[in-house]
Design a protein around this ligand. Structure first.
Ligand code: ADP
Ligand code: MG
Length: 629
């Protein structure tokens, strides 16, 4: 029988290897940028078209290649970076496998121009699907330019597997930022579809971070640094009060290489213990340096995990150092988690237009001519606001505030506490005791349970409504309707707000601008690191604007469960989620009523936008059954 085993031809082997190295345009960006860094360039340009699907080009001013190397670099296992297996333990370069270019050339159209320093002529080479098309001598500037066109042109299945331009572009931005952050001494620029996205001049670490993440980042950073035998590190951690719900800006670099480490993340989080609001994540930018032989980097090229020799010690040092820095910058005492929510706009009032206060002046008022009983009655009313407790507190406070402006008699009428009126006049007590409609109203009165549920008696029993989910449903339908009919009302801000975002977030805002404006946002300007908001949806309080926007951007990037149905739907869901009244919020009677009426006016009142039940019904028979046991 003839033998059946054959060696695969190189181009097939390369295509298979490409499947591992190149998963998407962002992988090409990473490999080419890392090669440019390894070539000791101090100026690197990244040019992208159509989220990398049409073009990824990296131009550097590094050491270039001679004509032989220019051809050889596309061979598999062709690398200038290691010679012996031992070299793996003293790596100071990003690449070492010699696989990237061979893999990329197997699945794309590649054009390379390269010229070494002090050479008049360089090499211009074209290779398509592992086949050399041409190699010419050309006059070129020092450095290397790789243009990768039509990625996956010969593997349609892979090409179809690529995500939307937004998603692919986000991956590219991630890779670009990681390389740019690891090398602040290199000038990086990035263009997408002809527009400049980043221009990061060579600078120090802090400036690089600020240039990438926006001007406001500077005030949020606390420096950290430590030098021990097993590790030295420097970088920044975010002040706890700036922690966000999404965990966007968390970076570890080990020997100038971006890595992910759940273990080290845990060490940092442990240092923040007790300083963060629930569910919030701090940002951090931590650069560790360890002797190359104490880490195992020889792992899969696309993976970012690495293995440390002395993990436990690293954990302890990192935790202690972050804790120390946070303490030293005395960020802890200024925290204020105990917000007094009586200062917030009550939920029910958010929908209403502002009313211009009217000041009534009693021209004939004479403080010296006031009868003495009235004066004492006034002070009694004033005292009652202190004496009354719980739910009446606000009402009476409000009333006594009004008493400054209106006559004392009418003030007494505005205090609608039944108890007080009852003692005022015996007749009224008897009348209200026997008034049928009053009794019915009392019976059907809804009330709030545990600041979480609204209990509403109905004919057959009672309905128990989850206030948070119900409000989410009401807002969701409102936002969605507004976006569909494009007639959202918005509240104009007297003083426009400046909200700061990263480049990535701003590119998303530009993309969503129309949809967001249909919810009621008015963006008067969009700059490179901030937006100017001059109007807000009527349901969004000014103090909440930045939180709502941040949450929205992170939801759209990370995808909430149940999202992605359509962009409008996702926006409505995210906004409903962040604006809705939360469990734990006290609702006045009017607010409860409005919410319940709003819910039952919805198209789909029985589920929240995230598919959870909004209310349950308990029939009297159900209750009877419980007592029958
Ligand atoms: P690796 O980076 O693992 O060595 P690559 O396939 O990425 O493998 O690159 C192969 C070789 O091509 C590199 O070792 C390097 O010598 C050369 N090379 C690649 N890109 C550049 C560049 N931008 N400038 C100079 N040389 C380069
Ligand atoms: Mg490489």
């Amino acid at each position: 029988m003839s033998s059946i085993i054959q060696l695969l031809p190189d181009h097939v082997a390369n295509q298979i290897a490409a499947g591992e190295v190149v998963q998407r345009p962002a992988s090409v960006v990473k490999e080419l940028m890392e090669n440019a860094v390894d070539a000791k360039a101090d100026d690197i340009k990244l040019i992208i078209k159509d989220a990398g699907k049409t073009l990824v080009q990296v131009i550097d001013n590094g050491q270039g290649m001679n004509p032989e190397d220019a051809k050889l670099c596309f061979a598999r296992h062709a690398t200038s970076k290691i010679r012996h297996a031992e070299d793996l333990f003293s790596l100071h370069t990003k690449g070492f496998r010699g696989e990237a270019l061979a893999s990329i050339a197997a699945i794309a159209h590649v054009e390379m121009k390269t010229c070494q320093p002090h050479q008049d002529l360089g090499t211009h080479l074209v290779i398509e699907g592992s086949k050399f098309v041409s190699q010419e001598v050309a006059v070129l500037p020092q450095g290397t330019s790789f243009a990768i066109k039509n990625l996956f042109f010969n593997i349609p299945a892979r090409r179809n597997f690529l995500k939307s331009d937004t998603v692919e572009f986000r991956h590219i931005l991630d890779e670009f930022q990681r390389v740019a952050m690891a090398h602040p001494n290199i000038h990086f620029t990035m263009y997408h579809n002809g527009g400049e996205m980043f221009n990061l001049p060579a600078s120090n670490l802090r400036q690089r971070i600020v240039n990438i993440f926006g001007g406001r980042t500077n005030e949020k950073l606390v420096p950290i640094s430590e030098s021990t035998e097993i590790v030295t590190f420097e970088g920044f951690v975010g002040k706890p009060e700036f922690a966000k719900k999404n965990k966007g800006e968390q970076f570890f670099f080990v020997n100038d290489r971006f890595i992910k480490s759940g273990y080290l993340h845990h060490a940092v989080m442990a240092a923040y213990e007790g300083l963060l609001k629930e569910g919030c994540q701090p940002s951090y930018f931590i650069y560790l340096n360890v002797p190359p032989h104490t880490i195992d980097i020889n792992i899969h090229p696309t993976k970012t995990e690495i293995k440390f020799d002395d993990e436990h010690a690293l954990y302890a040092i990192l935790r202690a150092s972050v804790k120390h820095s946070l303490g030293q910058f005395s960020v802890a005492p200024v925290l204020d988690f105990e917000r007094d929510d009586s200062l917030d706009t009550p939920y029910d009032y958010k929908d209403r237009d502002a009313v211009v206060p009217v000041i009534e002046v009693d021209g004939g008022f004479n403080p010296f001519g006031m009868p003495s009983e009235k004066r004492s009655a006034g002070s009694a009313a004033g005292n009652s606001s202190f004496a009354s407790a719980g739910n009446y507190h606000r009402k009476t406070e409000h009333a006594s505030w009004e008493s400054l402006y209106v006559g004392l008699k009418s003030d007494f009428e505005t205090i609608s506490e039944p108890e007080e009126i009852q003692f005022e006049s015996g007749e009224e007590v008897t009348a209200s005791l026997f008034d049928e409609s009053d009794i019915q109203a009392q019976e059907n009165r809804m009330y709030q349970l545990h600041r979480k549920y609204i209990v509403n008696p109905i004919k057959s029993g009672m309905v128990i409504i989850d206030q948070q989910r119900a409000h989410q449903r009401v807002l969701y339908e409102q936002f969605l309707t507004n976006m569909t009919v494009r007639q959202a009302s918005s509240q104009q801000l007297l003083f426009p707000l400046n909200l700061y975002f990263s480049t990535l977030e701003l590119s998303l805002i530009r993309e969503l601008q129309l949809s967001l404006e249909n919810t009621g946002f008015v963006f008067s300007e969009i700059h490179h690191d901030h937006i100017v908001v001059s109007g807000l949806p009527i349901n969004v309080a000014e103090s909440e604007a930045s939180i709502v926007m941040e949450q929205l951007l992170s939801d759209l990037q990370d995808g909430l469960p149940g999202m992605s149905f359509s962009q409008n739907d996702s926006i409505a869901k995210s906004m409903a989620k962040s604006v809705a009244v939360k469990t734990g919020t006290f609702l006045a009677e009017r607010e409860q009523e409005n919410l319940v009426n709003g819910l039952f006016a919805c198209k789909e009142p029985d589920v929240s936008p995230f598919g959870k039940p909004t209310f349950i019904t308990l029939r009297v028979e159900d209750i009877d059954k419980k007592f029958a046991l």
